[in-house]
Ligand binder design. Structure first.
Ligand code: F0G
Length: 453
């Protein structure tokens, strides 16, 4: 059961099917353009959407809003240093600010960054720093149905080759994303992190954690990795941070706050350079674009998130929903992670070709029938067409992500999600595809306009 009870509630928006059909037409079938109060269950993202605890709220009330050197900063610094072991901690307003500041300081243009899989904004910030972002996911990650427990791992052979290749552009950093959001929310094993750290050390390349979901990664390590069964998630997390030379963190996920993040570093010179850019572009070094209360709430969230009871319940909610979805005949990217389920829309809707966007078609059905908002991760997001709309590039898989906000929805809300999917799966051939009517050249999924085929 949930290891918390509810003290503050918010009504769920209720709409009729007719209203949802009209809303879809009004926004040209782009779910990002819906008003949130037209959505009953919002599974668009687990980022900044969690419920804060009474302890976080009261920590926030105790925030110190001094411009410089606030008590909140010192409390935050102490908590994050204890967790990570890094002496240099720079607060930022969210993960992508951490990426921009660290990468534009650490990376030399023309070099390469390697990763198990870069998250979109991580990739964008590597590219904005004039560098190439290369993903080296482990071979098991390619098989959506494989229940291998650590499909978030980096391919160590490919990593060693890339680090040793004399003719390639120099490798400036290795980024390990825990858990691997771009790779289906799959965890990375401690063995893989340790061996990556060894390779990085041997080649003199810094290893940076993208630690947005470090606690969920740690939980899955205690469940599935030999030698870690008797360790607490907190101990595993502490060990993971200490294997790396630093981290970028979006605290909107495993900090359980609505806004916040940080950079953690071991290298004092690098930290000093980052601090200069932080002051010029985010805010003074002791607040980094946040209020004192945000720092206090983040510090408290970072302690709560490794509670084994909280993590066990979160894993159980994802596993239960996965079980119900499979039973309804909808395949998911296996095994279910913790922050999201990734539905295999390509397999459910084989009559819809990639460039009529089966993932998007499923996401629209989830909204139309159940008021549920999700995110397509398929050829709408990753594909390309020529100027006549003919397919040029398709995504490797047509997926839909159901992200699970922290401490927000109860089991009966997820029952509604499973039931809606089961209804769709009863007659998948009745689901229609879409065609693009208007799009922008970059990040098209945010602003695209479509119509039913
Ligand atoms: N790294 C990872 C692994 C992420 O999942 C995200 C955000 C970021 C970095 C960027 O952090 O949003 O605080 O700037 N992921 C969100 C998502 C948006 O829905 O998966 P941010």
């Amino acid at each position: 059961m949930e290891p918390y009870r509810i003290k503050v509630v918010e009504p769920l928006p209720q709409t009729t099917r007719q209203q949802r059909a009209e809303a879809l037409e009004r926004v040209s079938y782009n779910l990002f353009d819906l008003r949130a109060d037209e959505v009953t269950i919002d599974l668009l993202s687990d980022s900044g959407t969690g419920a804060i605890s009474a302890a976080q709220l009261s920590a926030g009330m105790n925030g110190d809003e001094s411009y410089a050197g606030s008590r909140s900063f010192y409390r935050f610094h102490e908590t994050v240093s204890e967790l990570t072991g890094y002496p240099h901690i720079l607060p930022v307003h969210q993960g992508r600010a951490a990426e921009r500041i660290l990468f534009s300081t650490l990376l030399t243009p023309g070099s390469t960054v390697l990763s198990n899989t870069h998250f979109d904004t991580t990739r964008a910030n590597v590219q904005l720093a004039g560098c190439q972002a290369r993903d080296l996911p482990c071979p098991e990650a390619k098989d959506l149905d494989s229940p291998h427990p650590f499909k978030g791992d980096i391919d160590l052979k490919a990593l060693e080759q890339a680090l040793s290749a004399a003719d390639a552009s120099p490798v400036a950093a290795v980024v390990m994303t825990i858990t691997n959001n771009g790779g289906g929310g799959q965890p990375v094993s401690m063995e893989n992190l340790r061996r990556t750290a060894e390779l990085c050390r041997r080649h003199g390349v810094p290893m940076i954690l993208d630690a947005a979901r470090f606690a969920e990664n740690a939980w899955l390590v205690t469940r599935h990795e030999p030698g870690y069964q008797d360790r607490t998630p907190r101990q595993v997390a502490e060990e993971a941070f200490r294997l790396a030379d630093g981290c970028v963190m979006s605290a909107k996920k495993d900090g359980i706050v609505h806004i916040g993040g940080f950079i953690g570093l071991t290298d004092p010179e690098l930290a000093q350079k980052c601090e200069r850019l932080l002051i010029a572009t985010e805010g003074f070094a002791t607040y980094g674009g946040l209020a004192g209360r945000d720092l206090d709430m983040m510090a408290q969230g970072l302690v709560e998130v490794t509670d084994p009871l909280y993590l066990a319940e979160r894993a159980d909610i994802a596993a239960n929903l996965a079980q119900r979805v499979r039973a309804a005949g909808v395949d998911i990217l296996e095994p279910p992670g913790m922050h999201a389920l990734y539905l295999n829309a390509g397999r459910l809707l084989p009559h819809i070709p990639p460039h009529q966007y089966p993932g998007h078609a499923l996401a629209c059905q989830l909204y139309l029938r159940g008021g549920i908002r999700s995110a397509e991760l398929g050829s709408l997001y990753l594909g390309e067409e020529d100027e006549h709309g003919n397919p040029v590039k398709s995504a490797p898989y047509e997926l839909v992500r159901l992200a699970l906000p922290r401490r927000v929805y109860t089991r009966s809300h997820y029952d509604h999600v499973a039931q809606t999917l089961a209804d769709i799966a009863k007659d998948p051939s009745s689901v229609n595809g879409y065609r693009i009517v208007e799009q922008s050249p970059i990040l098209r999924h945010f602003s695209i306009k479509l119509e039913p085929v």
